[in-house]
Ligand binder design. Structure first.
Ligand SMILES: NC(=O)c1ccc[n+]([C@@H]2O[C@H](COP(=O)([O-])OP(=O)(O)OC[C@H]3O[C@@H](n4cnc5c(N)ncnc54)[C@H](OP(=O)(O)O)[C@@H]3O)[C@@H](O)[C@H]2O)c1
Length: 264
């Protein structure tokens, strides 16, 4: 049985993840954290998600939330990262970071912290996306540079970072595989498409959980590889699997690819 603390419990993903943890045979929730000022601080976490009470109060203190945990899962907000990481370091707890939209500085901070604790940096915890990454690597090697590569992502209307962290990481992987420029500035619709670049289009709307398509467009055919998340609990389940995997690991910065054995 793995004892988990969950940061961001009052958010959309936090509530779903708490539900998944309470229904999972191999994990137990021992701490639930939200930001200071949240009106549900002090409430029972079970009652908060509409299940019977679980005798665990929502707290705004990272210290209290993390103390009994063996692994921390963080589905909060980039602004919460530094405080949560500091406490994870002080308590030497493995830390699963599911937050997206982290700045380069925050990513560097995590890299440094990973010398002291194991950190799973997982801006997308869906195993299907990890598989998509493998498939696009195969496709890019097979198709070569005569194909134009485009990314299309769509998410629900509440998402505030764009392009999604997942689209950015897919673009980075493609750029490395095909020696393309993924930081090319947007080009005018009056000009032809520049060669050897990756184009990325972003759509937002409704309650779309997360769609990512990679389109290889050639002169005579087009190949589209697509991942479509149908329910957000997919990400909660991936985070729990990640937490189970991270327990007992040596300090280091890991990704979902490590969890799946796609890289050493
Ligand atoms: N890894 C993945 O696969 C995956 C999948 C989906 C989403 N995400 C990411 O997970 C994060 C949460 O998503 P969500 O849709 O659940 O967002 P959300 O509904 O806005 O929830 C955010 C949570 O963080 C808390 N929070 C806000 N500001 C904070 C601060 N300054 N310090 C500490 N806590 C703070 C919120 O508290 P209040 O309730 O008081 O506002 C809430 O509990 C986002 O970064 C999102 O992009 C990752």
């Amino acid at each position: 049985m793995l004892n988990i603390a969950l940061a961001g419990v009052t958010g959309r993903m936090g509530q779903l993840t708490l539900k998944e943890i309470t229904e999972h045979a191999d994990v137990e929730i021992v701490g639930v954290l939200t930001r200071p000022g949240n009106p549900f601080v002090g409430s029972d976490a079970g009652t908060f998600i509409g299940t019977p009470p679980i005798n665990l109060s929502i707290t705004d203190s990272p210290k209290k939330a993390f103390i009994g945990a063996q692994v921390i899962i963080d589905f909060s907000h980039p602004e919460g990262l530094e405080l949560h990481l500091l406490e994870a370091l002080q308590q030497e707890k493995p830390y699963v970071v599911c937050i997206t939209g982290l700045s380069n500085t925050q990513q560097d901070t995590l890299k440094k912290a990973a010398f002291q604790i194991p950190i799973l940096l997982a801006p997308n915890t869906s195993f299907g996306i990890a598989l998509l990454k493998q498939l696009i690597t195969i496709a890019s090697k097979a198709l070569g540079s005569s194909y134009d590569v485009s990314l299309l992502e769509m998410h629900h209307r509440h998402k505030t970072d764009a392009p999604s962290g997942t689209a950015l990481s897919l673009a980075k992987a493609l750029a490395e595989d095909m020696n393309l420029n993924h930081n090319a500035p947007p080009y005018s619709s009056q000009s032809p498409r520049p060669s050897r670049t990756i184009e990325c289009a972003v759509l937002r709307g409704g309650s779309v959980v997360g769609d990512h398509s990679v389109i290889f467009a050639g002169e005579k055919d087009m190949i589209t590889l697509e991942h479509r998340a149908l329910h957000p609990s997919l990400f909660s389940q991936g985070a729990i699997k990640g937490a189970l995997w991270l327990k007992g690991k040596a300090p280091g910065l890991y990704t979902i690819d490590h969890v799946l054995g796609f890289c050493q």
